[in-house]
Design a protein around this ligand. Structure first.
Ligand SMILES: *[C@@H]1O[C@H](CO)[C@@H](O)[C@H](O)[C@H]1NC(C)=O
Ligand SMILES: *[C@@H]1O[C@H](CO)[C@@H](O)[C@H](O)[C@H]1NC(C)=O
Ligand SMILES: *[C@@H]1O[C@H](CO)[C@@H](O)[C@H](O)[C@H]1NC(C)=O
Ligand SMILES: *[C@@H]1O[C@H](CO)[C@@H](O)[C@H](O)[C@H]1NC(C)=O
Ligand SMILES: *[C@@H]1O[C@H](CO)[C@@H](O)[C@H](O)[C@H]1NC(C)=O
Ligand SMILES: *[C@@H]1O[C@H](CO)[C@@H](O)[C@H](O)[C@H]1NC(C)=O
Length: 512
């Protein structure tokens, strides 16, 4: 009974292995040829091959069955083995030589192997030196190690080898020619793609096809995928497949893959495969708004949505205002839809708008849409409130108006004494000019200097009106030297509430 270890799973190379695996014969010692009289042990096995039953051995003239999977051999010949249900193995040529000097090598040599050549003399006496030749050309001379190693064999190392062995300085022996064929470990990989002209955004599977030699199915291979020069699509992986979830037209190019052994003894690249990703041109561009119909509300947000019925890849969306030859927004993204916001819309934003989308074939425009901006009641009342507040502030800021204000708020009079005559400039409100930015014609006002004038509960002292020089209007310095043009300066006002005996200072003002 045979137990097949699934090669489809364990074999690192994808691809069908339709027939059950062939067994492989291995040799112990691994060399061929050998001297006559020696014994070679053949084993019928191979990677993933487990055949505990009987084995049948074939040589040119005979057929032999063994209870296990080994056979001892003493005679030259071509050997094959077969286990129950398996196909026969590839043949192994064994040679038993009667010569005094033989050139040994492994019975099968693959690319990447270290090829060992052994010039062997029959008997126990050692050779003094050896020389190796390939196709009649001198390769190497050695009196130390009598072996010759080719570290990373390739097909270039195939050929007819001989060696000469020196027993002493005069006496030499020559081996027979030994043909060595370095076998291909795996053929050049071939890159295949599920589509060579995919459309933008679609998936593509790449596979790097190759097949290890049946005798070397156990060799681990690693695969990597590349594009053009230097674009690495995948790290080295045991998987010969690469799934690209989506390709885009900028991914077009020449793709190739490389397969290599773990120790880099063999690495092979596929021929390039051209993959041209197709882009679908933009069509059916549509502009919509939120709120819909281009009906914006002043002070609120308006969203302009640009979309298209068809089109793939990176697309530049732009929004334009008709007549004003103005691009109001632009964005690039890989999508069929983009939005632009006007966070706070004002009446001046009303007008005709359209959007355009371009994915490389030229911009396609939407229809023009009228955006109207509607004012709201809430807005108007806000404005009125703001207007009142601003007006009051303005009044309070104008010293010119201060006496007027005080005249209006006149109440019961205090005792009228003017003890405190501290004089300071009016304190400006931060962030606002203390006075109107355009020069206001100032009407001359009366000067109440130390008049201890009593009217109601307000008391005036040194009320003057001054006019700022133009260059000083924005200046809020406190030095009086700046107020040379002052015609009248207000100094102090005291207001006394009827039920409060202490004078309360409302405002103090400037000296000239
Ligand atoms: C690389 O590994 C293979 C087996 O996978 C082996 O046969 C070969 O000798 C190694 N080569 C080197 C240079 O180590
Ligand atoms: C090998 O040959 C070199 C000269 O070619 C010589 O110096 C050396 O002693 C020799 N070694 C042996 C072990 O014969
Ligand atoms: C790519 O491979 C995955 C996994 O094998 C499969 O599900 C998918 O359908 C493949 N995609 C294509 C485009 O063949
Ligand atoms: C590729 O793999 C190697 C080793 O496995 C790792 O050091 C390297 O960072 C990986 N590179 C990338 C881009 O993942
Ligand atoms: C719009 O502006 C561009 C560049 O500023 C100019 O080339 C073009 O002639 C203008 N078009 C119109 C209709 O004003
Ligand atoms: C947009 O509205 C204005 C004024 O209501 C009008 O003159 C213009 O024709 C409208 N444009 C479109 C494209 O409807």
């Amino acid at each position: 009974m045979l137990l097949w270890v699934s090669l489809l799973v364990l074999a690192p190379v994808s691809g069908k292995i339709a027939a059950p695996p062939r067994p492989v014969i291995s040799l112990q010692p691994p060399w061929t040829p050998v001297f006559q009289g020696e014994t070679v042990l053949l084993t019928c096995g191979g990677f993933g091959f487990y055949a505990p039953g009987k084995t049948t051995w074939y040589s040119k003239l005979s057929e032999k069955e063994t209870p296990g999977n080994t056979l001892k051999v003493h005679t030259s010949g071509q050997y094959r083995c077969q286990t129950q249900d398996s196909p026969p193995s590839s043949p192994v040529y064994l040679q038993f030589y009667s010569a005094s000097l033989i050139l040994q090598s492994p019975h099968s040599v693959f690319e990447g192997d270290t090829l060992v050549l052994r010039c062997q003399k029959r008997g126990k006496e050692k050779l003094m030196a050896v020389k190796y030749f390939l196709n009649g050309n001198f390769l190497s001379h050695s009196n130390e190690s009598l072996q010759f190693l080719i570290p990373r064999a390739s097909s270039k190392n195939s050929g007819s080898y001989t060696c000469i062995g020196y027993e002493d300085k005069k006496y030499l022996l020559k081996s027979a020619n030994k043909i060595i064929r370095v076998q291909e470990l795996f053929p050049l990989p071939k890159l295949k793609a599920t589509a060579s002209q995919p459309t933008d955004g679609n998936p593509v599977n790449l596979s790097c096809h190759t097949q290890l030699h049946p005798e070397r199915l156990h060799t681990p291979l690693h695969f990597s995928f590349f594009r053009d020069k230097g674009v690495i699509l995948s790290n080295w992986s045991r998987s010969p497949e690469l799934q690209i979830p989506s390709v885009w037209s900028e991914d077009s190019g020449r793709y190739w893959c490389e397969a290599r052994t773990a120790n880099l003894s063999v690495r092979k690249c596929s021929l390039p495969l051209r993959i041209q990703v197709q882009r679908v041109p933009v069509s059916g561009v549509l502009m919509e708004t939120r709120p819909p119909g281009g009906q914006a509300v002043e002070g609120e947000k308006l969203v302009l949505v640009c979309s298209m019925a068809e089109g793939t890849g990176d697309t530049t969306f732009s929004w334009h205002r008709e007549n004003m030859n103005e691009t109001v927004g632009r964005t690039s993204q890989r999508s069929q839809r983009a939005e632009m916001q006007i966070p706070v819309i004002s009446e001046s934003d009303a007008g005709e708008y359209y959007c355009a989308a371009d994915n490389g074939f030229g911009p396609i425009q939407s229809e023009v849409m009228n955006i109207t901006v509607r004012r709201t009641v809430r807005n108007r009342s806000d404005l009125i409130a703001a207007g009142i507040a601003g007006g009051l502030l303005g009044i309070l800021l104008l010293p010119v108006a201060l006496p007027f204000y005080l005249w209006l708020s006149r109440k019961s009079a205090g005792d009228g004494s003017l003890g405190d005559t501290t004089r300071t400039l009016p304190t400006p409100v931060p962030g606002q000019p203390p006075y109107s930015t355009s020069p206001v014609p100032v009407e001359p006002q009366p000067w109440y200097e130390n008049v201890h004038h009593r009217e109601g509960n307000s008391l005036y002292s040194e009320i003057q009106i001054f006019q700022l020089g133009e260059e000083e209007e924005a200046n809020t310095a406190r030095t009086s030297s700046k107020y040379k043009d002052a015609s009248v300066v207000y100094s102090e006002v005291k207001t006394q509430l009827p039920d409060d005996s202490a004078g309360q200072v409302i405002s103090k003002d400037e000296e000239s």
